[in-house]
Design a binder for this molecule. Structure first.
Ligand SMILES: Nc1ncnc2c1ncn2[C@@H]1O[C@H](COP(=O)(O)OP(=O)(O)OP(=O)(O)O)[C@@H](O)[C@H]1O
Length: 360
């Protein structure tokens, strides 16, 4: 994962600084029984299944370190909590139940999402291949979640198949977006420029140290779609540098065998998201109006989050997207800055292994 703050003076402009949830200082272990097996691990967090003693309900407890690389990370955790609070009305974003704090960590008690990462659908040896129709349904839900965030001026900035979970084990289940640790609120006055994200999914503007916007998430959605449909990562090279070069030159190929049974509409959809210039990229609203996603049943975020983009505006939005996509240029962006980035990425096009250097 890439994480480099460029301008610490402004860093806090992009974070919420308070929460509505009261942060409990009582013992988490008095209220919950912790399952010893990890559900997942990130760089600074471990997620474990737990059971609330008084109700028997199962949750996922995310243990976050308050100090990371010698720095106080409490403000970023407070921001993560605030974003989860804001996203409560959206059914495609993980629900936050309660929060505990100890001397060295903050514990988020989250809705337990049982079906695992959609990453498991992106590997060729997956148990059950999802049909394109099933993928349409999942992608539509991911974009509904992202649309909700963008409507609220929040960018996720770490969308990847490991952060999108299936609510249950079969293909009819819903998806939920997790991990708002890198999310930021956009400011009207200050441009957000940070080197952050995960190698294979980062947008060219991140590599070029150009302003980040809601379009940055759309690029990652394009990468996720490509992976779900082909089980291959579109930009992965034999080295991290080669991956960055592939991203900044838009070296993406749809002619591979793995795309033979993929519909032209699906390819057209991905091409609207993997566009070098963020201003020419489809927005989340444009994506929802794209014919490929119009096949999916329309699900409803509470509070009419999606109203106004489901029917009448669809054709207009799609036309707009199409014009943007047709303008797509294969520019080679400025490479400066990229040699400073480090991350691990496997040289194999099909797999990516996350670096898991952390413990809680
Ligand atoms: N609510 C949940 N229910 C079930 N599993 C979860 C839940 N939240 C997270 N996980 C699992 O734990 C993993 C790590 O969680 P998360 O991404 O939130 O941690 P992180 O430390 O912020 O990760 P990263 O360093 O990749 O940003 C997820 O990829 C997922 O597999």
């Amino acid at each position: 994962m890439l994480r480099r703050r460029s301008n610490s003076k402004n860093a806090h402009s992009f974070l919420f600084d308070s929460t509505q949830t009261s942060i409990k200082t009582a013992s988490f272990y008095d209220a919950y029984l912790l399952d010893p097996t990890d559900l997942g691990r990130g760089k600074f967090a471990v997620v474990r299944k737990c059971t609330e003693k008084c109700t028997g309900r199962v949750y996922a407890a995310k243990f976050l370190k308050k100090r990371r690389r010698g720095k106080d990370s409490r403000p970023e955790i407070i921001h993560e909590i605030a974003v989860l609070e804001l996203a409560k009305p959206c059914p495609h974003i993980v629900d936050l139940y309660e929060v505990y704090e100890t001397g060295h960590e903050i514990i988020l008690v989250l809705e337990y999402i049982a079906g695992g990462e959609i990453f498991n659908l992106c590997v060729p040896e997956r148990d059950e291949a999802f049909s394109e129709n099933q993928i349409v349904r999942l992608v539509r839900q991911i974009i509904e979640g992202v649309y909700f965030l963008h409507q609220n001026n929040i960018v996720h900035l770490d969308l990847k198949p490991q952060n999108i979970l299936l609510s249950g084990v079969d293909s009819a289940e819903d998806v939920k977006i997790v991990d708002f640790g890198l999310s930021r609120k956009l400011s009207e006055t200050i441009a957000l420029r940070e080197i952050m994200g995960t190698t294979d999914y980062v947008a060219p503007e991140i590599l070029n140290y150009e302003p980040i916007s809601t379009s940055t998430d759309i690029w990652s959605i394009g990468v996720i779609c490509y992976m779900l449909l082909s089980c291959e990562a579109p930009f992965v090279g034999t080295s991290v540098q080669e991956t960055y070069l592939n991203i900044s030159q838009l070296n993406v190929d749809f002619s591979d065998d793995s795309f033979t049974s993929v519909s032209q509409e699906a390819i057209d959809f991905i091409k609207c998201t993997l566009v070098l210039n963020p201003r020419d990229r489809a927005t989340a609203g444009d994506c929802l109006s794209h014919p490929w996603l119009q096949q999916a049943e329309i699900s409803h975020c509470h509070g009419s989050i999606l109203c106004g983009i489901q029917s009448g505006q669809a054709a207009t939005n799609y036309k707009k997207t199409k014009t943007r996509c047709d303008c797509n240029q294969k520019n080679v962006n400025d490479q400066e800055d990229k040699e400073n980035l480090s991350d691990c990425s496997t040289p194999c096009k099909r797999f990516r292994i996350d670096d898991a250097e952390q413990s809680v």
